[in-house]
Design a protein around this ligand. Structure first.
Ligand code: AMP
Ligand code: MN
Ligand code: MN
Ligand code: MN
Length: 293
């Protein structure tokens, strides 16, 4: 009897304490291993601080590890998230871009806190920075502080009342353009994938398709299809865009934490992501004669 090899599954979208995830990178890797995953990527928002710890843990646990990142980008009136895989976290261009983002985030957080103060909610930014030392601090951390101070009763309420994109204390972040983010990722040896396209509020399919084509022309290699925010229709639309523009596909759980409103899906991907997607992605790594692999 022929033995059919067991299929292998992966998760290419995970957050840790290095950005707004709840758990330390090694703990996230333990949870991924407990799910029986063969390969994982840690993709913290605008941060690479968790990669070394995650890589060590993943390797110990027998999982393949892909150093990743999720970067925010501006595209016309839209805000995009672009995932980068196989990045070299020591690349000077990437390090420089992330350092600028830390400065921008800091200024933006102060502005959010000033707005909250105008609304009668006084919170201590230094306490937040101290509690989350080393993390890329943003709205989730401010939401957490609002809960601690009992200014709101839940994470969702913090966003609906104060911090959400349509709420009064919202301040947009200064972000590089989509083309710039893709260039930064590629120059750091990485492969870029458009995160959760189903979340982009375009006015038509044509607008989304035009955006995807433009990003592809700028060096985008893939589209995230499997994501907890995608229903069957949006996953199908994303897959069609990938096929039409000859882009590869990625997917993951966008895991942040267990058991609170931040949890997307059940924590790890509802729609399973096959290992073959990672193999194809690996083949897309830009050739850089200056950097031996
Ligand atoms: P920031 O990078 O500071 O703008 O924070 C963005 C993060 O906040 C996202 O990655 C989510 O984790 C979280 N977030 C944004 N909007 C909401 C919302 N409406 N409800 C819950 N979490 C949100
Ligand atoms: Mn997040
Ligand atoms: Mn995202
Ligand atoms: Mn994410």
């Amino acid at each position: 009897m022929m033995m059919v090899p067991a299929r292998r599954w992966i998760d290419l979208h995970l957050h840790s304490m290095a950005s707004d995830g709840r758990y330390a990178p090694c703990k996230v890797m333990e949870m991924a291993a407990a799910r029986g995953l063969s390969a994982v990527s840690l993709t913290d928002h605008d941060a690479t601080a968790g990669l070394a710890e995650a890589e060590d843990a993943a390797t110990q646990l027998g999982m393949e590890f892909v150093p990743g990142i999720e970067m925010e980008a501006e595209y016309g009136r839209h805000r995009l998230h672009i995932l980068g895989y196989f990045i070299d976290a020591t690349n000077a261009g990437l390090v420089d871009a992330l350092a600028k983002m830390v400065v921008n985030r800091h200024a933006r957080n102060e502005e959010i806190i000033a707005r909250l103060r105008c609304m009668g909610v006084v919170i201590d930014y230094r306490a937040i920075c101290k509690r989350h030392a080393g993390a890329a601090i943003g709205r989730p951390h401010i939401a957490d502080e609002l809960i601690r101070q009992r200014a709101v009763s839940s994470f969702q309420q913090a966003f609906s009342r104060y911090l959400g994109n349509e709420a009064p204390a919202y301040v947009p972040r200064v972000a590089p353009t989509g083309a710039e983010v893709i260039r930064i990722i590629r120059e750091a040896g990485g492969v870029a994938s458009l995160a959760h396209p189903g979340r982009i509020k375009t006015s038509s399919h044509l607008e989304l398709a035009t955006m995807v084509r433009d990003l592809r022309d700028g060096g985008l290699s893939a589209i995230e299809i499997s994501h907890p925010d995608h229903n069957d229709a949006t996953a199908k639309l994303a897959a069609e865009l990938a096929a039409r523009f000859e882009l590869l596909t990625t997917g993951g759980s966008d895991f942040h934490t267990l058991g609170t409103a931040v949890t997307r899906g059940t924590g790890f991907a509802k729609r399973r992501v096959p290992y073959e997607w990672l193999e194809r992605l690996r083949g897309e790594r830009p050739v850089n004669p200056l950097r031996p692999t």
